[in-house]
Design a protein around this ligand. Structure first.
Ligand code: 13P
Length: 253
């Protein structure tokens, strides 16, 4: 399969920011600027803002995602949100394994794999995040870490399911820090992930989209997205500004 079969995806992870009025204004601004862009767009707000965005973005080129999901389908799990509920509320995508969930909320590789399965079972497209810390990179362990994180999901879900999902390489040291991986650093890890998948499923590996995340801005997106194995971005801080987010999306072709 040719690289041009992979339509880039740029997703804005709003994390835990803003209120309903701001979410409405930002979503409408993104919707207004989204027509005619070459990439697919998604907005990933906090859970409570998902129904509003689903409503505002209906019949638009902008999909809605969630930032996390329960590994359980239903039951006595106070505080959790199931994949079925996210589908019901209008989500297409859900992030699993974001480094903030892994570091702050105890999402182990096994939990991430279970969340991936729960998302798939309900018909969501998981956006599986992998990435190394600065200490891991400095120790030369980047490849081992991201492949361990990927293998944990591959072992449970299989390569067909992983290749039907979206991957995101988010080096922890680049998230919210203003430090970005160089285009070459991003390409190296993206190529490693794709080659690893290709050993199990060459067609699937050629088709799977691998997003880069970590301090993506309007000023650096173009050179990162130009790398052959980078298929768009997962944008945090810069996605809180609709104009800048659209400028970033315009560079994903
Ligand atoms: P920043 O773009 O703010 O570095 O965040 C990246 C991220 O974590 C997206 O999921």
């Amino acid at each position: 399969m040719q690289a041009d079969k992979r339509r880039p995806l740029v997703a804005g992870n709003w994390k835990m920011h803003g209120n309903l009025a701001e979410a409405r204004e930002r979503a409408l601004a993104v919707r207004a600027g989204a027509n005619g862009l070459a990439c697919e767009l998604a907005l990933v707000p906090p859970f409570l803002h998902v129904p509003l965005l689903a409503e505002l973005l209906r019949d638009s080129p902008v999909a809605v995602g969630a930032q996390d999901v329960s590994e359980h389908a239903s039951g006595a799990y106070t505080g959790e949100v199931s994949a079925g509920m996210l589908v019901d509320a209008g989500c297409r995508y859900v992030i699993v394994g974001h480094s903030e969930r892994r570091a702050l909320f105890g999402d182990t590789d096994a939990v991430v794999a279970a969340k991936f399965m729960a998302a798939r079972a309900a018909g969501l497209v998981p956006v599986l995040c992998v990435g190394e810390t600065l200490a891991e990179r400095e120790a030369g362990a980047t490849g081992n870490v991201v492949l361990r994180q990927l293998d944990a999901v591959l072992a449970v879900a299989g390569s067909a399911a992983v290749c039907a999902a979206v991957l995101a390489y988010e080096p922890v040291w680049a998230i919210g820090t203003g430090l970005t991986a160089t285009p070459a650093q991003a390409q190296e890890v993206h190529a490693l992930l794709r080659a690893h998948l290709a050993r199990k499923d060459s067609q699937g590996a050629a088709a799977v989209r691998i997003l880069y995340g970590g301090s993506v801005k309007a000023g650096n997106a173009g050179e990162i997205f130009a790398m052959p194995d980078v298929d768009g971005g997962l944008v945090g801080g810069a996605s809180l500004d609709a104009r800048e987010f659209l400028q970033i999306c315009a560079q994903a072709r």
